[in-house]
Ligand binder design. Structure first.
Ligand code: PMP
Length: 408
């Protein structure tokens, strides 16, 4: 096979800027050739260590051979054959049943979507129709996606304001403050919360907070919705983050790692709650591609890998290794806090410019990481859960060098 010439590559980068809609002022612009495990390789043969997992997707690593084999096999049988929910599609059924088997009994029914934000939209509709209430409670700093309903729940006015009017009847509370939970009342259809806030800066609530939230939601009859799009599938050192807190939500929202690298989301609840989408009117929530058979086959393979290798246990112990090693780096006084839950890490620094310089210096040395969307002083690390110790060591070395450069 002929390698593309440098000129053709330049044209590729140029066409990327001209024809692929940009929302970032400074896209990383890595021109990817292949990705495998924790490594992304660009067209010039440069290797990058991915400490972000493509933002929380590649929990089993990039292009896991078992996932790729499952995709190939399913593609050889059938692709899209009918809109969601009409045909019995084995990969969908098996994935739903496997999810139900690893979740508490009340979370036994799965509605598949294409993405996290669509799953949030489905959960909003379900909650409002099931409770016949309008009010939604969400949290400052939250991120639930960028479609209109999900954005309405978002916890940063900078991203909401230009798109107003968004959904009415949304009340936002400070994250992690039990004293504010009284605002959840008998008019509340649902409370949407990330058990650990991701884009809000990797914020981990204190132990009793989610218990208090569960108690309050039950008291007033509102649904409790956990957005585990980022925290699911072993990321935080448990299969799902809610297991840390001993609290079971009424609705669980999943995506990212669910598809093992293919686009897939889901909202999971009880048959009683999800029945609301099937009556008055029937077909109350439909999707053409949601639960695509190839994506479900990939998700099933990724779940196999997660379970067989008990990757959440690996996440927990590697997270502890990282905690000590990160604190031991020479931060020159700029580190405010290291927050660690499994392999989801937030490094809070004292300056946003420094944070940007540091992320850039890491990237220039072949380490991919970034700052969180709503907290620009927090570097997030979320490497694949299959990461090897030597890869963690390499990442830490690069980070150490980058600090020395960026914190001058
Ligand atoms: N919820 C959370 C917690 C997320 O982190 C994200 C994506 N960053 C979403 C929802 C939206 O998911 P998607 O991009 O698949 O729509």
């Amino acid at each position: 096979m002929n390698e593309p010439s440098d000129k053709a590559r330049d044209r590729m980068a140029d066409r990327f800027r001209r024809h692929v809609a940009q929302t970032s002022a400074e896209p990383l612009g890595l021109e990817i050739a292949t990705a495998e495990g924790c490594t992304v390789i660009d067209v010039h043969g440069r290797r990058y260590l991915d400490f972000l997992s493509g933002i929380g997707v590649a929990n089993v690593g990039h292009a896991h051979p078992q996932v790729v084999a499952a995709v190939r096999e399913q593609a050889g049988r059938y692709l899209h054959a009918m809109v969601y929910g009409e045909y019995v599609q084995a990969p969908q059924v098996e994935l739903a049943a496997r999810l139900a088997a690893v979740l508490p009994p009340s979370l036994s029914m799965v509605y598949f979507t294409n993405s996290g934000t669509e799953a949030i939209e489905g959960a909003i509709k379900t909650a409002r129709k099931h409770t016949r209430r309008k009010k939604l409670v969400a949290f400052e700093g939250a991120f639930h996606g960028d479609t209109t309903g999900s954005l309405s729940l978002g916890g940063n006015p900078v991203y909401r304001d230009p798109f107003e009017p968004l959904l009415p009847h949304v009340e936002r509370l400070p994250f992690g403050e039990p004293g504010a939970l009284g605002a959840i009342d008998a008019e509340t259809a649902a409370v949407f919360i990330e058990p650990v806030q991701g884009e809000g800066g990797v914020r981990i609530p204190s132990p009793g907070y989610l218990t208090a939230l569960r108690r309050r939601s039950t008291e007033v009859g509102s649904l409790l919705v956990f957005d585990e799009v980022l925290t699911g599938f072993g990321r935080t050192g448990r299969r799902f983050a809610f297991e840390h807190f001993g609290v079971v939500p009424d609705v669980l929202v999943l995506a990212k790692a669910l598809g093992g690298g293919m686009p897939l989301g889901a909202f999971v609840s009880s048959p009683e709650i999800l029945a609301t989408l099937a009556a008055e009117p029937p077909l109350g929530h439909v999707t053409t591609f949601g639960g695509h058979p190839v994506c479900c086959a990939a998700g099933l393979a990724a779940l196999d890998v997660l379970e067989r290798e008990r990757l959440w246990e690996r996440a927990e112990s590697l997270g502890e290794t990282l905690r000590g090693a990160l604190r031991a780096l020479r931060w020159r006084g700029h580190l405010v806090e290291v927050r660690v839950i499994g392999l989801l890490v937030g490094l809070e620094l004292d300056d946003a410019d420094l944070t940007r310089r540091l992320a850039r210096a890491c990237f220039a040395r072949g380490l991919v990481l970034n700052w969180t969307l709503h907290r620009d002083r927090v570097i997030r690390l979320a490497p694949p859960l299959v990461i090897r110790e030597d890869e963690i060591g390499l990442g830490l070395d690069i980070l150490g060098e980058a600090i020395a450069e960026a914190a001058r």
